[in-house]
Design a protein around this ligand. Structure first.
Ligand code: ATP
Length: 287
């Protein structure tokens, strides 16, 4: 049973004030893009993880293993993960694998869960897991757990600049809090950007490029100074919008069309690798 699952890019990531429980209220607009991991589930008497990338943990802390356990505690499965989504890259690769594992195990074990049931189980594993099941374009609010699909017309063309090594999401949030404390900046209560929602509904790439926003970007740049140069390089190459994806260090550039995306990708020099992708695409699905 093989499931293909997309990465996400955050079009808006607005981070509210730190709450008493240590979380932030977020407004998080996700778009699923055509960079995919694949998870294949087959029968086994124990939970077994195999992965083609050395940086992925193979034990019980692998998010795909946790997903299998959440679905049917104590049941065995062999999960073979083929990674294309960058690891710790701000594109929710681990959450994507968890979503794929939920769909694959549900089918392998004939559990017959609805997508809504899988999204609820996934939400307990991580706030990005439900979106990897839903796909498309959606806005998450609260801690990210309340998810609502958004209208997006047409296809947007992206370039992703992949960096060497990852950034830890909790560390980036911590740096965001530290910067706010040091500068005395009061975080605003987050709300969905009107210009961004309109640009999506109109399929207007130029307007979307201008509306992209990520409150974690200053923190990610503080932890990885080279991201500044990568973002500048993309803008100089004519990207309609440039931002750090989620907690980084992947940088996302919005291109005018597919040809522009290809030109941008081959011209970017200040990153390990640049890949093109388009969105929105559907969520985790059996292939
Ligand atoms: P997000 O965008 O959701 O903050 P990310 O894309 O920055 O996440 P992930 O690729 O999800 O980061 O990985 C974060 C950490 O999760 C990794 O450093 C790794 O140790 C752990 N992890 C657990 N399971 C997986 C998995 N299946 N694939 C990748 N990383 C995993």
């Amino acid at each position: 049973m093989t499931v293909r699952v997309p990465a996400k890019v955050n079009l808006q990531l607005s981070v509210g004030p730190l709450r008493d429980d240590g979380f932030h209220d977020l407004v998080n607009v996700f778009q699923a893009v055509s960079l995919y991991d694949e998870v294949t589930a087959s029968e086994s008497d124990r939970v077994e993880i195999v992965c083609d990338h050395a940086d992925v943990p193979l034990g019980a802390d692998n998010l795909a293993a946790r997903a299998a356990h959440a679905l049917a505690p104590g049941r065995g499965v062999r999960l073979e993960i083929k990674k294309t989504i960058p690891i710790a890259g701000g594109m929710a690769g681990g959450s994507a694998d968890a979503a794929a594992a939920l769909v694959a195990c549900d089918a392998l074990w004939n559990l017959g869960k609805t997508r809504e049931e899988l999204m609820e189980i996934g939400g307990a594993l991580g706030s990005d897991v439900p979106f990897a099941l839903l796909g498309g374009t959606a806005v998450g609010t609260g801690k990210g757990e309340v998810l609502r699909p958004m209208v997006a017309a047409g296809t947007f063309h992206w370039v992703f600049a992949l960096a060497d090594g990852g950034l830890s999401t909790p560390q980036v949030y911590g740096e965001c809090d530290r910067i706010r404390e040091a500068t005395g900046e009061q975080a605003a209560w987050p709300s969905l950007s009107g210009p961004l929602a309109r640009a999506l509904a109109d399929g207007d790439a130029a307007a979307l490029g201008a509306a992209l926003v990520n409150d974690l970007q200053p923190a990610a740049i503080m932890l990885r100074r080279s991201l500044h140069r990568t973002l500048d390089e993309g803008r100089e190459l004519g990207a309609l919008g440039a931002l750090v994806s989620g907690s980084g260090p992947t940088c996302a550039f919005l291109a005018a069309d597919e040809m522009h995306a290809r030109e941008l990708a081959v011209s970017l020099t200040s990153c390990r690798e640049a890949v093109v992708a388009s969105g929105p695409v559907p969520g985790a699905a059996i292939v």
